[in-house]
Design a binder for this molecule. Structure first.
Ligand code: GLU
Length: 434
């Protein structure tokens, strides 16, 4: 049997990471088992499922590399098939018509539950059961003649020959009804795997109010599709060992539904940021340089000839492209901004300026100005003067970069070069030693 999974979103113009995580698990399971991954666009809500909303959905999947094995099925094209099936259910006695509320506005079609308990083994949650008394008959075609989600969803899964329905656990309750529908329709019941919710720090479903929640938010912030994929794959699943940063193939090899956790997974945007930084580090230096150059040019900063040395210094500490310009612009222009808070905190005491003056004097005497020589000179200065690194390095960093933090200072000074460093230290003294 070929395993066939599907992603069945209702496009709304935004793709929530919870939905995308379901898509990723479906994709991984299909790829792991050598099966097929399909897309069904549940676009029956024509007001929300606009062409733009569908485009957003397809672009998000593309960005994350979720390739499909067949043309997408658009649910809205299947209305006749859904209504025909409802007629069959009427004919076989599995459904009946009723004028709900007696409004005279037409009859709806109601599915008759079998009157027996329903039990199934969820591949994530284990055995789930509901008694007959807890399951009421339900509408499958509204009085206005439109099919209801349950009917459309089940019929389309039958049409697409889905063997494994992997979806959010907000659908567990629906699944009991769906199983009854499959049986009444004489179709094989697929396997089900219900994924735990993605929650916020308070244990509530993670939403836009908690921070970025849509795939597009992360894309526009410069996250890598591969990093978001990797992060979301680990929300509720792990390979069973310590690995976190994994290639697509490693995830495909290790993925299985039995190792999906049944407890909710907490969204941790710091970890996602860390993950993105890991992907940034893994870039080829030339690609990272190209990324930096694009960012800088877009911000009107022209990277000078020392640029590649700067980028090499930045690669391991950069997590998002948006960090590049603020972190490196001072290398390429003397017209940099001082972090006001840093200035107030670290350039407050008169002795700090005396220290800076002394450092300038020492650096001036250096014949070579490579990172090692500079580093040794600074260390000697601190140690011989019985000073503290914390009193010396931060003011020096602010003096040459305007910033409180950044890569190792000695290579920064070496890249800037002696003349620039001395001019900046002296400029800072003149400017702030009031
Ligand atoms: N359109 C439904 C949703 O997005 C489909 C659920 C499913 O069966 O996967 O919640």
């Amino acid at each position: 049997m070929t395993i066939r999974t599907r992603f069945a979103p209702s496009p709304t113009g935004h793709v929530h990471i919870g939905n995308m995580r379901a898509a990723i698990f479906n994709w991984l399971y299909a790829r792991h088992t050598g099966g097929e991954f399909l897309l069904r666009v549940e676009d029956t809500d024509r007001e929300r499922s606009t062409p733009e909303a569908i485009k957003t959905l397809l672009e998000a999947m593309d960005w994350l590399g979720l390739n499909v094995d067949e043309a997408p099925l658009y649910q809205s094209t299947r209305m006749d098939a859904h209504l025909a099936a409802a007629e069959r259910l009427l004919a076989t006695g599995h459904a009946y018509k009723e004028d709900k509320g007696g409004t005279g506005q037409g009859e709806c079609i109601i599915f008759k539950m079998p009157g027996t308990d329903i039990e199934f083994t969820d591949l994530v949650k284990g055995t789930l059961k509901k008694t007959a008394a807890d399951m009421a008959d339900f509408v499958i075609v509204r009085s206005n003649g439109t099919p209801v989600f349950h009917l459309a969803n089940v019929l389309d899964d039958i049409e697409q020959k889905i063997t494994h329905v992997i979806r959010g656990d907000d659908h567990v309750e629906n699944t009991f009804r769906h199983i009854a529908l499959y049986k009444a329709l004489g179709a094989p019941v697929p396997e089900f795997a219900h994924l735990p919710m993605i929650i916020n720090a308070q244990g509530k479903p993670y939403s836009k109010r908690d921070g970025d929640a849509f795939v597009g938010d992360f894309q526009s912030k410069g996250f890598f599709g591969d990093a978001l994929f990797n992060y979301l794959a680990l929300l509720g699943w792990s390979p069973g060992d310590e690995r976190e940063v994994m290639t697509r193939q490693e995830m495909i090899d290790a993925f299985d539904l039995v190792t999906v956790r049944s407890s909710p997974a907490q969204m941790d945007s710091r970890k996602l940021l860390w993950m993105n930084g890991e992907y940034m580090r893994a870039m080829k230096p030339a690609d990272f340089s190209a990324l930096c150059r694009n960012e800088l040019f877009a911000a009107g900063v022209k990277p000078g000839c020392s640029a590649d040395a700067v980028f090499a210094l930045m690669q391991e500490r950069t997590k998002l492209p948006s960090e590049i310009v603020p972190a490196t612009a001072f290398f390429f222009s003397d017209d940099f901004e001082y972090d006001q808070k840093a200035v107030e905190k670290k350039l407050a005491k008169p002795e700090t300026f005396q220290t800076l003056e002394k450092i300038a004097g020492i650096l001036q005497t250096l014949e070579a100005f490579d990172s090692e020589t500079v580093n040794k000179a600074l260390h000697d200065f601190v140690e011989q003067g019985g000073l503290k690194f914390g009193d010396v390095m931060p003011p020096l960093r602010i003096a040459v970069s305007g910033q409180q933090s950044g890569p190792d200072l000695a290579p920064v000074l070496a890249i800037l070069g002696k003349e620039t460093v001395l001019a900046r230290i002296r400029g800072t003294i003149v400017r702030f030693n009031v």
